[in-house]
Write a protein that binds this ligand. Structure first.
Ligand SMILES: Cc1cc2nc3c(=O)[nH]c(=O)nc-3n(C[C@H](O)[C@H](O)[C@H](O)COP(=O)(O)OP(=O)(O)OC[C@H]3O[C@@H](n4cnc5c(N)ncnc54)[C@H](O)[C@@H]3O)c2cc1C
Length: 291
C-alpha cells in the first residue's frame, strides 16, 4: 500500500518552502517536491531589496538562507516533477515524471507562474499523440517516430531513453547550452510552430521544416495548472483561490505566483503560510468527522 502523506507541497520557491515549514511546525507528515536548487527565480535575482529583515540580499544568498532553514527543520526535498494530480475522494494521487505515484490527503500547489501559451494543436491532441512525460508514455511509441521538444538539458536523458524504444527520435532543444546526445537521437535546431494531424498527431511543424511523427513530447520545466490537475479552476493561467488559498477542489490549495499578480517573494511566502494553515484546518476537520 502507498504511504499516505498529510500534505504534498509542489514547488520549492518561497511559497512551497514556507508552506512546508508551517506544516512541519504543525506536526503534519509532508512531502515536498521540487529541486535541490530551490527556484531559478530566487537563484537569478541580482539584488533583492524588499524581503523583510534581509535588505540588499542577493538571490543566491537568499536561496542559501532558505536551504539552511529547511535543513534546520529537517525537511527533505523530493527531486521529482509532478505531472498529474487526481482527486480520489478523501485523498489525492500524484504522478511524477519518473512514473512514481504518491498519495496525500491535501495538496498545496506552489509551482510558480507558468509562462508561454500552448502550441496550436497541443491541447487538441493531448492524449492523441501529445504527451508531457516520456517515461510514462514511451511504451506507446514502440517502433514509432517521435519528436521531443526539450526546454532544458535535463530533458536529454528522456530523449536517450526514448531512442531505446522508438524507431526514430527527433530532439528539438529550446535552450542555448550545447546538446550532448548520442547518434541514436537526431537533433533538430529549429523552432516548433504547431502540431497537426487528423484523429491523432501526424506532423510537427517547425519554422523551417515539417517532421512526420506519431508523437510529440513537450518537456517543460513546469506544466500549466489546468493540465496538472483535471477540474482545477484556472483563469488566464492562474489558479483561482479565495483568501484561505482554497481552490475549487476539496483539500487542494494553491499559493505564490501561480495564484496571480503581484509576483513577489514575500507575497509568495505569506500565501504559503496561509495555504499550510488552511490545509491543517482541513485535516483537523476531517479527523473530527471520523471520530
Ligand atoms: C530575475 C528576477 C528577479 C526578481 N526580483 C524580485 C525582487 O526583487 N523582489 C520580489 O519580491 N520578487 C522578485 N522576483 C519575483 C519572484 O522571483 C517570484 O515572485 C517568486 O519566486 C515566486 O515564488 P513561488 O514560490 O510562487 O514560485 P517560484 O519561485 O517560481 O518556484 C516554483 C517552484 O516550483 C517548482 N516546480 C514547478 N513545477 C513543478 C512540478 N510540476 N513539480 C515539482 N516542482 C515544480 C520549480 O522548480 C520551482 O522550484 C524576481 C524574479 C526574477 C525572475
Amino acid at each position: 500500500m502507498e504511504e499516505r502523506y498529510d500534505a504534498a507541497v509542489i514547488g520549492t520557491g518561497p511559497a512551497g518552502l514556507s508552506a512546508a515549514i508551517t506544516l512541519k511546525i504543525r506536526n503534519k507528515k509532508v512531502i515536498l517536491f521540487g529541486s535541490k536548487n530551490l527556484s531559478g527565480k530566487v537563484e537569478k535575482a541580482h539584488e533583492i531589496n524588499n524581503y523583510l529583515g534581509l535588505p540588499a540580499i542577493s538571490g543566491e544568498e537568499l536561496g542559501k538562507r532558505f536551504a539552511e532553514h529547511l535543513q534546520q527543520m529537517e525537511i527533505e526535498i523530493t527531486e521529482d516533477q509532478i505531472t498529474s494530480i487526481y482527486a480520489m475522494g478523501d485523498y489525492h494521487t500524484l504522478i511524477s515524471k519518473t512514473n512514481h505515484s504518491y498519495e496525500a490527503s491535501t495538496v498545496i500547489l506552489a509551482t510558480g507562474v507558468h509562462f508561454g501559451k500552448p502550441y496550436p494543436g497541443e491541447e487538441e491532441f493531448l492524449g492523441k499523440g501529445v504527451s508531457y512525460c516520456a517515461t510514462c508514455d514511451a511504451p506507446l511509441y514502440k517502433n514509432k517516430r517521435v519528436a521531443i521538444i526539450g526546454s532544458s538539458p535535463r530533458e536529454e536523458a528522456e530523449a536517450e531513453f526514448m531512442a531505446e524504444i522508438a524507431s526514430r527520435v527527433y530532439y528539438i532543444p529550446l535552450y542555448k547550452e550545447p546538446v550532448s546526445l548520442g547518434d541514436s537521437v537526431r537533433v533538430v535546431e529549429d523552432r516548433p510552430v504547431s502540431i497537426e494531424g487528423d484523429q491523432k498527431v501526424e506532423k510537427l511543424i517547425l519554422k523551417n521544416q515539417k517532421l512526420t511523427v506519431d508523437g510529440v513530447f513537450i518537456l517543460r520545466e513546469s506544466v500549466s495548472p489546468a493540465q496538472l490537475a483535471p477540474g482545477l479552476a484556472v483563469e488566464q493561467n492562474h489558479v483561482v483561490v479565495n483568501r484561505s488559498m482554497e481552490t475549487n477542489l476539496k483539500g487542494f490549495f494553491a499559493c505564490g505566483d501561480i495564484t496571480g499578480m503581484p509576483y513577489q517573494y514575500i507575497k509568495s511566502a505569506g500565501e504559503g503560510n496561509v495555504a499550510a494553515l488552511s490545509a491543517v484546518a482541513y485535516l483537523d476537520q476531517k479527523r473530527r468527522e471520523l471520530k
